[in-house]
Design a protein. Structure first.
Length: 104
């Protein structure tokens, strides 16, 4: 599978590495230059904007706030067709429901 992993920081990077080690193609997305550099040092290509991510079978989301989730969904909307989004962020159920409605 092609997996885009949004948020490759302290929690997201180890998760992304596990997915990659299981044999999946992983691309990291993170606004933090330091997080992108750590991902690349771990062998995971990383970009700064979800719009720079190629088509993916799944998008795993590990952002920190509901505002970040909302902004991510807004940025990604033109290219989400056929993708499965897995929101693992601790942003609360209402933010997840809103994201699901927008992505559907």
């Amino acid at each position: 599978m092609k997996v885009v992993f949004v948020g490759v920081g302290a929690i997201g990077l180890p998760m992304a590495r596990q997915i990659q080690q299981a044999g999946h193609q992983v691309l990291g997305v993170d606004v933090s230059e330091g997080s992108r550099q750590r991902a690349q040092a771990a062998g995971i290509e990383a970009v700064d904007d979800v719009r720079r991510a190629s088509a993916a079978d799944a998008v795993v989301v590990m952002v920190a706030t509901s505002q970040q989730l909302h902004a991510l969904v807004e940025q990604a909307l033109p290219q989400v067709a056929g993708q499965r989004w897995i929101i693992m962020s601790t942003v609360g159920p209402e933010a997840v429901r809103e994201a699901a409605a927008a992505l559907h």
